[in-house]
Design a protein around this ligand. Structure first.
Ligand code: FES
Length: 127
């Protein structure tokens, strides 16, 4: 499994306020757990790994995830929420079947078109 989706579990998101902000699970944690649960429910071998991470330096536009894999462009996405699990899984699955991480624009889910924060080229091969 070459592709990884890193999910920031420390993002607070926009949907929790007041006292709940201190006690409720963070939106990023809820997003990660919802993604992992949904992937398990799909059954079969997963097409990519879901890995938690603390902060992707996109705190003002969280929830945040990053998609990466060897030889592929890396993408960081923001403005996400636990309600977007199905779109995220579909977008990541589409990314996972590419050789270079470049999904044609029209085939990207709307949340990936609007929420892209950065794209980073594949690491160069050692010389
Ligand atoms: S806390 Fe999630 S990007 Fe910083």
């Amino acid at each position: 499994m070459a592709v990884t989706m890193h999910v920031c579990v420390t993002c607070r998101g926009q949907d929790v306020g007041g006292e709940d902000r201190e006690t409720a699970p963070r939106a990023g944690r809820r997003l990660h757990d919802a993604l992992a649960d949904a992937q398990r429910r799909e059954g079969g071998p997963p097409r990519f790994r879901i890995v938690e991470v603390e902060c992707l330096s996109n705190c003002n536009r969280g929830c945040s995830v990053a998609l990466s894999g060897p030889g592929r462009w890396t993408y960081v996405y923001g403005d996400l929420s636990p309600a977007l699990v199905d779109e995220l899984l579909a977008g990541a699955a589409r990314y996972a079947v590419t050789a270079d991480g470049l999904v044609p624009w029209r085939e990207r889910p709307t949340i990936f078109r609007k929420g892209v924060i950065a794209r980073i080229p594949p690491a160069p091969k050692p010389v």
